[in-house]
Design a protein around this ligand. Structure first.
Ligand code: HEM
Length: 82
C-alpha cells in the first residue's frame, strides 16, 4: 500500500461521492479513500449517524469496531494535500 501511487482527490471531489450525487460511496480514513459502494451498511452514504463523502478518521472512535472493517474495500485514492 505505501509504495503505490494513488490519485489525489480534494475534499470537494470526495464530497461528491457522498451517496446522493453519484452512485459511488467513498469514505476517507487516515488519508486514504475507500470505495464502500457495495456495502449494504453504507447505503445512500449513511452509516448509523455517519455520512460518507468525507474524512471520518476522527469518528472511528465512536464505532464499536476497529479500522479492520476497511480491509475488504478497495482504496480509490488519497486526500489531496492543501
Ligand atoms: C455510531 C458509530 C458506528 C456504529 C454503531 C457502527 C456499526 C457498525 C457495524 C455493526 C458494522 C458491521 C459489523 C462489523 O463489521 O463490526 C460496521 C461496519 C463498518 N463500519 Fe461502522 N459503525 C460506526 C461508525 C463507523 C465509522 C465512523 C466508520 C468510518 C470511519 C465506519 C466504517 C465501517 C465500515 C467500512 C464497515 C464495513 C461495512 C461492510 O462490511 O459492509 N463505521 N459498523
Amino acid at each position: 500500500m505505501a509504495n503505490k501511487q494513488y490519485q489525489a482527490f480534494t475534499p470537494a471531489q470526495l464530497a461528491l461521492h457522498n451517496g446522493t450525487d453519484k452512485p459511488e460511496v467513498w469514505v476517507a480514513y487516515k488519508g486514504y479513500i475507500y470505495d464502500v459502494s457495495r456495502s449494504r451498511l453504507w447505503r445512500h452514504g449513511r452509516h448509523y449517524e455517519h455520512w460518507a463523502g468525507q474524512d471520518l478518521t476522527h469518528e472511528l472512535k465512536d464505532a464499536p469496531h476497529t479500522h479492520k472493517v476497511f480491509e475488504k474495500f478497495t482504496i480509490v485514492g488519497k486526500i489531496a494535500r492543501k
